[in-house]
Design a protein around this ligand. Structure first.
Ligand SMILES: *[C@@H]1O[C@H](CO)[C@@H](O)[C@H](O)[C@H]1NC(C)=O
Ligand SMILES: *[C@@H]1O[C@H](CO)[C@@H](O)[C@H](O)[C@H]1NC(C)=O
Ligand SMILES: *[C@@H]1O[C@H](CO)[C@@H](O)[C@H](O)[C@H]1NC(C)=O
Length: 364
């Protein structure tokens, strides 16, 4: 496995300062007098929305999960500011996250924070520039020892963390399930959210079908370190009709961008193999455990290597891609003497050993 893939290790992780400590912070949108420290209190964008998509045309993301739209600081009356700081409208979100060692976060975002047209980076730039720059507690002056761009990993990490607590697909499972024929009333849908989240949500429809959900929070303290308190939405609560709402199934998993490479064809060819750059994530017993950090070495902690899918002086028939997995002689199972842990690394080979492992390509 040594020489098929060119390996370039990521740059060292950037050092960051830290968000200011908040003592006795107030709950946003619930203050009765003016609050001056906007590093510990979100204003004017005090109503924080975690917004999610259910895209079916085209389908994006896993068929059993909603995907992330963003984290929006709405005013307490539902109006909002946008594009608040052009000097921090970064156009290198992926590189910034990599520079802070956020490779797991990036891998998660490439699975659950997706652009309908596949341009995830542009979509993340849009969400950060339009909404993120309006969050008062992310201002550089809200950090002790601020290093340029360090609020960016905080924004994306927090959005993902909140998203992970809001499993819409499962929340609505009690009776509200995707169907190509069934329809629901808005009150049936809201009842499912009240039951699970405690409050109603803002539901959005396109062509009569549910395609977005916006959850509302007030936050006690900063977005970075504060507590998110669920609340009733203020402002637009629905763009759906009151009845006849469709909740269409996604069309299975998204079409894999990588398929089996025929013998001899280039792995970057359009016929399909890995292309661009990515990680090779280790999958064993059905769950992801670490990744290949250099040719033939498997590691479960630390930073994944970024591979560039280019042949380097080896016949392309040896290592290919099969349904997104690294493949050798048609087989995607490799072996190691054990599962690496801590700082241990394991050599990976094609001869049978006690642990089986596959390597799944993750574009970055
Ligand atoms: C809450 O604090 C914000 C920020 O200082 C202020 O603009 C707003 O008027 C305050 N709300 C009330 C009801 O005093
Ligand atoms: C990202 O872009 C900004 C300028 O917009 C620059 O200051 C920063 O160094 C870049 N970060 C990385 C990791 O490339
Ligand atoms: C971005 O999003 C699409 C889905 O919309 C996904 O299939 C693709 O792998 C992502 N792109 C990258 C470069 O990761």
């Amino acid at each position: 496995m040594a020489s098929l893939l060119l390996v370039s290790l990521l740059a060292p992780v950037a050092l960051a300062g830290s968000p200011k400590t908040c003592s006795n912070p107030q709950l946003s949108c619930q203050n009765t007098t003016s609050v001056s420290d906007l590093c510990c209190f979100n204003a004017p964008g005090g109503q924080i929305l975690q917004t999610q998509f259910w895209d079916t045309n085209p389908s994006t993301g896993p068929s059993n999960s909603w995907t992330i739209h963003g984290l929006w600081p709405d005013h307490c009356d539902g109006t909002y500011d946008s594009n608040c700081d052009s000097s921090r409208a970064y156009t290198n979100i992926t590189q910034i996250l990599q520079s802070y060692g956020k490779t797991d976060l990036l891998a998660y975002m490439n699975e659950y924070w997706l652009d309908e047209n596949g341009d995830n980076e542009s979509f993340w730039e849009h969400e950060w520039g339009k909404h993120g720059t309006c969050i008062s507690t992310f201002k550089p002056s809200c950090y002790t020892g601020y290093t340029s761009t360090e609020e960016v990993p905080d924004f994306f990490q927090k959005t993902v963390d909140i998203f992970k607590t809001l499993d819409t697909y499962t929340a609505t499972n009690a009776g509200i399930v995707p169907s190509s024929s069934k329809t629901y009333t808005a009150s049936q849908i809201q009842a499912a959210f009240v039951n699970d989240f405690g409050y109603s949500v803002s539901i959005q429809c396109a062509s009569g079908a549910l395609d977005e959900v916006w959850y509302s929070f007030d936050v006690r303290g900063s977005i970075q370190t504060g507590t998110f308190v669920p609340t009733e939405p203020v402002g637009s609560t629905s763009s759906c009709s009151s009845s006849g709402i469709k909740y269409l199934p996604k069309s299975g998993s998204p079409t894999p961008t990588t398929t089996t490479t025929g013998g001899g064809s280039s792995p970057t060819g359009s016929g399909g193999s890995f292309s661009g750059s990515g990680y090779l994530n280790a999958v064993t017993s059905g769950s992801q455990k670490g990744c290949l950090i250099s040719a033939g070495t498997w590691y479960t902690s630390g930073t994944c290597a970024t591979y560039t899918a280019t042949v380097s002086g080896v016949t392309a028939t040896v290592f290919t891609a099969s349904n997104g997995f690294l493949s050798y002689g048609g087989k995607t199972t490799f072996y190691a003497a054990g599962v690496p842990s801590g700082s241990t690394q394991q050599a990976v080979s094609t001869t049978s050993k006690s642990v089986s492992v596959s390597f799944e390509w993750q574009s970055v």
